[in-house]
Design a protein around this ligand. Structure first.
Ligand code: COA
Length: 259
């Protein structure tokens, strides 16, 4: 598959999807969104890829939001039409493998929303993050009002969304928006080391754990606990569970095959 606006590679079980429009600060236009969806489908089906890292090309931006040029001339109706169908944010949230946002610069608007849909977020110390839509006279439309609020609480989400202000990586960590912050020069190595540790686990357990955690935001506590019990028991049907338990008892490292 030849892509124009993204780069895709898989090495040592870790897939990397790089938004590759550095001249446009990796802004998400329609073609880029289409290519992200295609890439997610191919990676979901790949037995080799166990963890996905999403990042931006160049040293300036992760993703500087939706491509604002595409908003010009759009009406409520034509914008609604353009948003029909599968959305990248939901596709990432529902992707059956862990997804890590490696935030290497400006992470704005739709870029923030993409990062929010990921399972883990790690930022370079020089990254800047914000929901800047309000400055364009619009509001976040890729899940920002919902996922940011769930992650940081209403007060911080409201502040970011109403002011459109950018915050630095350290502030983002303080409010729980990013998991950790690393010096820009170390970001890649640190994130790949975390991804490698996750990639060693059972793909079935990873997928099930992701689904169980995601359930927390979608349901009440009782239903969530019941779902967790079901999913927990489901993992007992895998060969990976047999291997994990056996390896512990035999005092050796488990080799998970995803079966
Ligand atoms: N959509 C379309 N084009 C964008 C863009 C976006 N979201 N973000 C940046 N670009 C383009 C610029 O128009 C410029 O294009 P040009 O060279 O053809 O003029 C190029 O990327 C470089 O941007 P520039 O502003 O010169 O870079 P910078 O490093 O000085 O500033 C930003 C980077 C991200 C702070 C700034 O580009 C910006 O504020 N972008 C918009 C962010 C935003 O509002 N996002 C929310 C969208 S809903």
């Amino acid at each position: 598959m030849v892509y124009q606006n993204i780069l895709l590679e898989t090495n040592d079980r870790i897939a990397t999807l790089t938004i590759n429009r550095p001249d446009k600060r990796n802004a998400l236009n329609q073609l880029t969104r289409d290519e992200i969806l295609q890439a997610l489908d191919s990676l979901a089906a790949s037995a080799e890829a166990r963890v996905l890292i999403v990042t931006g090309a160049g040293d300036k931006a992760f993703i500087a939001g939706a491509d604002i040029g595409e908003f010009e001339g759009r009406t409520s109706l034509t914008q609604r039409e353009s948003m029909k169908g599968r959305r990248i944010f939901d596709a990432i949230e529902e992707f059956p493998k862990p997804v890590i946002a490696m935030i290497n610069g400006f992470c704005l608007g739709g870029g923030m929303e993409l990062a929010l849909a990921c399972d883990l977020r790690f930022a370079a110390n020089n990254a800047k993050l914000g929901q800047a839509e309000i400055n364009l006279g619009i509001i976040p439309g890729g899940g920002g009002t919902q996922r940011l609020t769930r992650l940081t609480g209403e007060g911080k989400a409201m502040e970011l969304i109403l002011t459109g202000d950018l915050i630095d990586a350290a502030q983002a960590k303080e409010i729980g928006l990013v998991n950790d912050v690393f010096p820009a020069a170390d970001l890649r190595n640190r994130v790949f080391a975390i991804a490698a540790r996750i990639a060693e686990k059972s793909p079935i357990a990873l997928r099930t754990a992701k689904e169980a955690v995601k359930t927390a935001a979608r349901t009440n506590l009782r239903e969530g606990l019941d779902r967790e019990t079901d999913l927990f028991c489901l993992t007992f049907g895998s060969e990976d569970k047999a291997e994990g338990v056996r390896a512990f008892l035999e005092k050796r490292k488990a080799e998970f095959k995803g079966l």
